[in-house]
Design a protein. Structure first.
Lengths: 247, 201, 323
């Protein structure tokens, strides 16, 4: 399998290089791969590619952290008060399908153009898939272990920590992976508009700017950076994470 | 002999259909009481009512105060299904879960009694059916109650394993002078282990 | 099994190659594709469309088989990219984005000027009464980096502070309508560099202050929008001339028949005639074919290294028309 994959990638890159060098396609649309690599190197060592990338990653991770906290609160409240639980379900079904970029005008009206607005959109993107998966997991755990909890008079803390938290770790792992991808995509599209809202600009703004200045090599380099991050986190970090145990 | 548990006039219905109707019975110290009857007659429901899992409409359950002395869980339960063991915890951790402040030595002794000391570090998925039920028993014993409720605990095991566990149960009951309420639909089993057999109809 | 794998592999390769080849397309010139953007600066194009001047001109040149396709695109970059992929023949853009395109190898050049337009940098709160009063947390909304609004701001910054990039890290890119929405929140940390009609709409907002106007930044009047096309259009003299004539006719029409123009435009833009009249009566709203200020833009952008030196040797007009 791996051999075929590598060969395929090499083939694509070679085709790209040949197409780019041939001049059949304008360099403003498809520059040769070697030029893109060169530009990537420039941006990496002389311009702020690393800082920009780290900043983008940081924003998504921050939003994910907030989402975990909010998820726990929502689940606890939702189980304690039935009407709260029903309304959260309703909210989820209405709001979850909306891409972050669609609610951007509303968010700007409420928050203005600042970090809070950006985080709000990112939390929206990362919260709902996480809440859904963990709420279902908690539901499942409750059904399975409710009798156990009752019969053995387990304390609130024991129930919370030993059954619900430890029991949902596997679900948390997959929820984190999904949240990350949603958040990363939302971030890039929002950054393209927001420019600099914190102390730094992110990868989204970077590719947007490159495109505006017709720095097509830079645009492709930025896209590669975005793709590499996506792969790194989705396929490696959140999949190989040592969390939870196979049940 | 003194009854450790007195049930009077217990009635429980599910959606207006009475499952248990005006049931009265006594459970005595130091005995294995087998409860038998056809499917759906309410054997499991009876255990659930005693354990406090299921609320009932009318009737009373009198417990001897000794049941509550220094005991947090007066009615530990051994379930029929084996999936009430937490899969992300080892045998030892599953037993510790239901206790507070049990010393390591005591836990070791308990696990040894059910012949699981060598497997204390294993996870449920590494255990056979019989071993899993033994964990269930150890867990129930860890509550140090005078009563033990068991709902067809050996029903899904093969004959050989069933006999082994019946012997184990009997030896434990004798040692600790427990009152075991044992639900089964297997007459052979009831006759083998039970001091008394009650048939619900 | 092995043959199946190889077969599908080969199939995928073929598809990939075809896709890459598909990137370049050439079609017989049967359709003329023209794109503008939203705003009063493009009014002559609306008139041209509505009054059928281009159709007339093409027919007159014996080109009645050529169909005209009118498009409206969201921003200048979209126009640039459409032209690159040959999905667009004639477009209308601001001078700075045009120059960036030339500098990066696009073969487009100016056909004619279209309009001068007023522009202003507006603050949404009385707390900010001058550019000096803003701080690092202030956001400046422009349509995109490298837009004429961005360049005008940079020119001002260079003149006042010696640093053209002073405000570069405070930019936010939004279309004019979205920028207007943002301004309505009245947040004290948002500025918007915009043009009619949004300019006038924002000035009506409570607490709005005008900090700067375009002409102050530039140091005089300048052409806001120019009409551009690639060489393949210029090499088709019948089409090129037909367009030029139609454009001149449209601009003339606005000057000679203002009430009729207002009627046509108020329908196209969905504004009331009264509002539209106010916008178009603005002294800086001038429709003309002259191109003003091109050299100043070029020298500034070369000096600030937004453009490379080589542009100084490039021809920016088709033929040798305006000065």
């Amino acid at each position: 399998m791996n051999k075929a994959r590598i060969f395929f990638i090499l083939f694509i890159l070679t085709a790209w290089e040949i197409m780019g060098q041939s001049g059949l396609i304008h360099a403003g649309i498809l520059p040769p791969f070697s030029d893109v690599v060169k530009r990537f190197g420039e941006m990496l060592f002389y311009e702020k590619l690393i800082q920009t990338t780290l900043y983008s990653i940081f924003m998504v991770l921050l939003a994910m952290g907030l989402s975990v906290i909010i998820t726990v609160v929502l689940i606890i409240l939702g189980r304690k008060y039935k009407w709260v639980g029903t309304n959260i379900e309703l909210l989820h079904s209405i709001v979850s399908p909306l891409p972050g970029i669609a609610i951007l005008p509303l968010v700007i009206l409420w928050f203005g153009i600042n970090v809070e607005a950006m985080l709000f959109i990112l939390v929206h993107a990362t919260l709902w898939p996480m809440w859904r998966q963990l709420a279902l997991a908690v539901d499942r755990l409750h059904k399975q272990y409710n009798r156990l909890e009752t019969v053995f008079h387990l304390s609130k803390f024991k129930r919370f920590f030993h059954i619900y938290v430890q029991g949902s770790l596997l679900d948390l792992k997959s929820a984190l992976s999904v949240s990350w991808s949603r958040g990363w995509r939302a971030l890039i599209s929002v950054e393209m508009i927001f420019g600099m809202v914190g102390n730094q600009t992110g990868l989204g703004w970077l590719i947007y700017e490159r495109r505006m200045y017709m720095d097509t090599e830079g645009l492709y380099a930025g896209l590669i950076a975005i793709g590499l991050c996506g792969v790194f986190f989705e396929a490696l970090v959140f999949t190989k994470l040592k969390l939870g145990r196979v049940s | 002999m003194k009854p450790i548990l007195k049930i009077r006039g217990l009635t429980k219905s599910f959606e207006e259909i009475p499952v248990i109707h005006n049931l009265s019975l006594d459970v005595f110290e130091d005995e294995i009481l087998c409860i038998m009857g056809p499917s759906g007659v309410g054997k499991s429901t009876l255990l659930n009512c005693i354990a406090g899992i299921t609320p009932f409409e009318s009737g009373e359950i009198y417990c001897d105060p000794v049941l509550y002395e220094n005991v947090k869980v007066p009615f530990p339960f051994v379930f029929q299904e084996m999936d009430t063991l937490l899969p992300w915890k080892t045998v030892r951790q599953n037993v510790i879960l239901v206790t507070d402040h049990m010393l390591n030595d005591e836990i070791d002794a308990l696990l040894d009694r059910v012949d699981l000391l060598k497997h204390a570090h294993k996870y449920p998925r590494e255990l056979s059916g019989g071993m899993k039920q033994r964990v269930g028993i150890a867990r129930a014993l860890a509550c140090r109650s005078k009563v033990l409720l068991m709902d067809e605990p050996f029903g899904s095991l093969d004959l050989e394993m069933r006999v082994k566990l019946q012997d184990l149960l009997m030896s434990i009951q004798k040692k600790f002078k427990l009152s075991v309420v044992f639900v089964t639909h297997d007459l052979n089993e009831a006759e083998r282990i039970g001091n008394r057999i009650i048939k619900l109809a | 099994m092995k043959t199946n794998n190889r077969l599908s592999f080969a199939l995928i390769m073929i598809v990939v190659v075809l896709l890459l080849l598909g990137c370049s397309n050439d079609t017989e010139k049967e359709t003329l594709i023209i794109a503008d953007q939203f705003g009063l600066a493009y009014a002559p194009i609306e008139i041209m469309k509505n009054q059928g001047f281009l159709r007339e001109a093409l027919d007159g040149a014996g080109l009645s088989t050529v169909t005209i396709e009118w498009k409206r695109l969201g921003n200048t970059t979209a126009i640039r990219e459409a032209m690159l992929s040959e999905d667009l023949d004639i477009g209308f853009v601001g001078i700075p984005p045009f120059l960036i395109g030339v500098d990066n190898g696009m073969d487009w050049r100016i056909i004619s000027g279209i309009s001068q337009t007023p522009s202003a940098l507006i603050a949404s709160s009385k707390a900010v009464d001058s550019l000096e009063a803003i701080d690092d947390s202030t956001r400046i909304i422009v349509p995109q980096p490298g837009s004429i609004q961005h360049i005008l701001l940079s020119m001002y910054a260079k003149r006042m502070y010696g640093d053209s990039k002073k405000y570069d890290h405070q930019l936010v890119a939004m279309s004019h309508p979205d920028g207007y929405t943002a301004m309505r929140t009245g947040a004290s940390n948002t500025l918007h560099f915009t043009t009619p009609p949004f300019m006038q709409q924002e000035m009506k907002l409570e607490n709005a202050t005008v900090l700067l106007d375009g002409e102050t930044c530039f140091g005089g009047p300048f052409t806001f929008i120019v009409g551009i096309c690639p060489e393949r259009i210029y090499d088709n003299p019948k089409i090129y001339t037909a367009f030029k004539n139609a454009l001149e006719k449209s601009i003339e029409f606005i000057g000679t028949y203002p009430e009729d123009a207002l009627e046509v435009l108020s329908e196209s833009y969905d504004y009331s005639e009264a509002d539209l009249k106010a916008y178009m009566d603005h002294p800086q709203m001038i429709y003309e074919t002259d191109v003003r200020g091109l050299d100043a833009f070029v020298s500034f952008m070369v000096e600030e290294e937004i453009l490379s030196d080589s542009i100084l040797n490039s021809d920016l007009y088709w033929g040798s028309d305006n000065e």
